[in-house]
Design a binder for this molecule. Structure first.
Ligand code: SF4
Length: 317
């Protein structure tokens, strides 16, 4: 195969290469105009460029939903999986290819409903990966169905008189899981904060869970509107171990010093009240990582086939 037609091979063959945005851009995104997913994609591309991540050493794993189209829009490796199963796939990738950088992209329905069990255990397993949960509080791909994070009384196609139950709070859930090591929240309409949070999450040594508040102009256009228009409703959690974005201080004047090591305080801050809090709620890199407790030997194909033959020979007649 000529290296002219394969950007990954071209990148491998040139160790001095500096990756540019065009090295990461995949297909043209087909999300609705104004969808917050566009903003997240831009921030992720900015992260890939700033960290100079090798496209052939980077994997984006997703489930099903609007945001799960993410891997198609990047020129890294990708796996567009099945509903709720992004984290088990990512866990397998990470266990068998620890040399790869793994990102996971999920929606709120994907992560907190059908994938909720996997979410809890991936948090507890604390494998090295960055998990992004784009929360638009609705099932958008299946046309306006109530998700676990839909605000109470918000009408949808499945609950036309309004969502019956109070919404699940992903921060409280994540902070309640044994062995959780990184929990953060950001908003796609504040690009500087979004990028800074993704960067801190990527640099975390363990499972970094980031809830990204994401506007869906198609089905939930109002739920974040007040916070978008009134920055005073937002409170920035700041700390040297968290997210610091000095250029936002004039616009977002509510700032709270919060040490991400303080789990009890993090849980208090995650409790719903009038404020939307953005920043790193919790971070502890000393938590045990499942992959460090297991060594998955990497064998050549020939070794694998030989081992397989040994096993099959046991049943030979
Ligand atoms: Fe984005 Fe909503 Fe459109 Fe899905 S339905 S692409 S979340 S705006």
């Amino acid at each position: 195969m000529s290296d002219v037609c394969c950007p990954l091979i071209r990148a491998v063959s040139d160790e001095d290469r500096v990756y540019e945005l065009s090295d990461y851009e995949g297909a043209t995104a087909r999300w609705c105009p104004g969808c917050g997913d566009h903003s997240v994609l831009t921030a992720v591309e900015r992260l890939l460029v700033s960290e100079q991540l090798d496209p052939e050493q980077t994997v984006f794993v997703s489930g099903i939903g609007c945001s799960s189209r993410f891997p198609h829009y990047l020129k890294t490796y990708g796996f567009h999986g099945i509903h709720g199963r992004a984290l088990p796939v990512a866990t397998g990738v990470r266990l068998h290819r620890p040399d790869l950088t793994v990102f996971v992209v999920m929606g709120d329905g994907d992560c907190t409903s059908i994938g909720a069990g996997h979410w809890l255990h991936a948090t507890r397993y604390n494998m090295r990966m960055t998990a992004l949960m784009l929360d638009n509080a609705i099932y958008g791909l299946t046309k306006n169905q109530t998700s676990p994070t839909t605000p109470q009384a918000h009408p949808t196609n499945t609950q036309p008189k309004g969502s019956y139950l109070p919404p699940l709070n992903p921060l409280e859930v994540a902070l309640g899981v044994t062995n959780a090591s990184f929990v953060a929240q950001t908003a796609e309409w504040i690009p500087a904060h979004l990028y800074a949070t993704l960067r801190v999450a990527y640099q975390h040594d363990g499972f970094a869970f980031v809830r990204i508040l994401q506007r869906c102009p198609m089905y939930t256009p109002s739920i974040y509107q007040r916070a978008v228009q009134k920055p005073d409703l937002v409170e920035m959690l700041v700390h040297d171990d968290g997210v610091l974005v000095p250029e936002l201080e004039r616009t977002y004047r509510n700032r709270l010093m919060h040490d991400p090591k303080d789990l009890n305080r993090a849980r208090e801050l995650a409790t719903p009240d009038e404020k939307i809090r953005l920043g790193v709620f919790y971070r502890d890199e000393t938590k045990v990582k499942y992959e460090d407790t297991r060594y998955v030997a990497r064998r050549s194909n020939a070794e694998r086939i030989a081992q397989l033959n040994v096993e099959l020979d046991k049943y030979a007649i």
